[in-house]
Design a protein around this ligand. Structure first.
Ligand code: GDP
Length: 463
């Protein structure tokens, strides 16, 4: 296994994350000045990863006499024992000079670093998340250590930073000494890797929709009921949470809401998933397939589900199910596309596929669109391209003057992927009309081919 050190300035939530990973509610979560604690090391679990975690909380209170000095000492001790640093910042309260000092130390250490923006559930935390990008350590993973949110993304980031071989070594074989020592990969800066889409990682899918839209039928059609019964021998592993299989050589992991539902039915005769279950499925997933009943589409509940997915920043694909029951197919499809564009503007360009879970019609196409959407959701647009684009926009479609003064567009960068998020600096961002922000968002979507996924655009005044 490997060792992870949690580092960061006081009060960003290191102990809370430590406890979350270790799975207990022990240690002090409030930093009490003057209380010196030992660096603690403990076995930890994160989804399927097993590792040792070192909490450095408290170390900053002893040792060298300046805070940067203490932080350096703390970090160096921790890094000496660690394979990877989880660098915690506070998205709620924003960045401080100490965070930047820390970032420098970590960058120079040459260790793999996963930047973690904690307290991401807080109102206004999104700004902090984008700020974190300026630390030059790549994208921050938003988490809430306190509420246990974002842990799946954290797991993925750790696997990416360490490499799969290394990160999963402790788990797979279970035979000690079998895994060769592999070199730790130093994480690349994202600027140099404009579109590093990883084909080898399984796509995590959830299937959601109103009761009776056909979710269970679709899930069974996708994975094949027979194969399901034959279990692991056929290459399918199934537990209470997910089902893994391959589609055209691509790994797919499906969050099995149907299985959960069946269980619920037995226990409590529930006819539908609770909102909590749907939300859990959405958070688990990268791509969310929204199952609409093609004969009764766009019900209020359908629209609420789409909203939830957009807010959670997941990549949506719509399946218009029960297509075998549709009579005038061509006209009906045109009508559905028109209504999709009109009623779901927040995911403009979303891929929508007619399917029949019952007959198997359209399922291959559905899978193709899932993969395509996943790719878009992961897309990174190089900064140079974005700024050439911004120059053109400023020339041909400049922001309107507000109270007699022009608003200047200065600089744009993509601060995150999954979903794509951009930061635009401009003079007087608060004065930029909403209609113009909408125009920019749509233009980004069209000009950089980002259809159908939620997009974020943050405005900033230049530093
Ligand atoms: P869930 O509540 O969303 O999981 O919906 P189910 O998968 O249980 O399906 C609800 C009902 O719709 C069942 O009676 C299914 O047999 C039926 N159904 C599901 N998909 C299709 C389809 O593609 N065509 C037709 N004709 N019926 C379907």
């Amino acid at each position: 296994a490997f060792t992870v050190a949690i580092v960061g300035r006081p009060n960003v939530g290191k102990s809370t994350l430590f406890n979350r990973l270790v799975g207990r509610k022990l240690a002090l979560v409030h930093d009490e000045p003057g209380v010196t604690r030992d660096r603690r090391r403990h076995e930890a679990r994160l989804i399927d990863l097993k590792f040792d975690v070192i909490d450095t909380a408290g170390l900053e209170e002893g040792g060298a006499d300046t805070l940067p000095g203490r932080m350096r000492a703390q970090t160096e001790i921790a890094l000496a024992e660690a394979d990877l640093a989880l660098f915690l910042v506070d998205a709620k309260h924003g960045l401080t000079a100490d965070d930047r000092t820390f970032a420098d130390i970590l960058r120079r250490s040459g260790r793999p670093v996963v930047l973690v923006a904690n307290k991401a559930e807080a109102r206004g935390a999104e700004a902090g998340l984008y700020d974190a990008y300026a630390l030059g350590l790549g994208e921050a993973v938003p988490v809430s250590a306190e509420h246990g949110q974002g842990l799946i993304d954290l797991r993925d980031a750790i696997v990416e930073a360490l490499g799969e071989d290394r990160a999963l070594a402790g788990e797979t074989a279970g035979v000690e000494g079998e895994e060769a020592e592999t070199d730790v990969a130093i994480s690349e800066t994202e600027e140099d890797a404009p579109d590093s889409y990883d084909e080898t990682r399984p796509i995590r899918i959830a299937i959601v929709g109103r009761p009776n839209a056909g979710k269970s039928t679709l899930i069974n059609a996708l994975i094949g009921e027979d194969r399901l019964l034959t279990g692991p021998e056929a290459g399918i592993t199934r537990d209470s949470i997910s089902v893994d299989w391959q589609w055209r050589g691509r790994g797919v992991r499906l969050f099995d809401t149907a299985g959960m539902r069946r269980k619920a039915r037995v226990q409590e005769k529930l006819e539908k998933l609770s909102v909590g279950d749907a939300l859990r499925a959405i958070r688990f997933a990268e791509v969310v397939v929204i199952v609409f009943d093609a004969l009764v589409p766009f019900e209020k509940q359908d629209l609420q589900i789409v909203d939830l997915i957009a807010r959670e920043g997941r990549a949506p694909v719509i399946a218009f199910n029960k297509w075998d029951l549709v009579e005038d197919r061509q006209a009906h499809l045109a009508d559905l596309h028109e209504r999709t564009a009109r009623l779901l503007p927040q995911i403009r360009g979303v891929r929508a596929v007619p399917v029949s879970a019952e007959t198997g019609y359209g399922l291959d196409r559905l899978m193709e669109e899932i993969v395509a959407t996943h790719r878009v959701w992961n897309r990174r647009v190089p900064t140079a391209r974005l700024n050439r684009w911004l120059d053109a926009v400023a020339q041909h479609h400049p922001p309107p003057a507000v109270s007699g003064r022009r608003i200047k567009l200065k600089y744009i960068t993509q601060a995150k992927t999954r979903p794509p998020g951009f930061v635009l600096s401009c003079s007087r961002p608060e004065a930029l009309p909403a209609s113009y922000v909408r125009y920019l968002t749509n233009a980004l979507r069209d000009d950089f081919e980002l259809p159908g996924v939620p997009l974020r655009l943050m405005l900033r005044s230049p530093d």
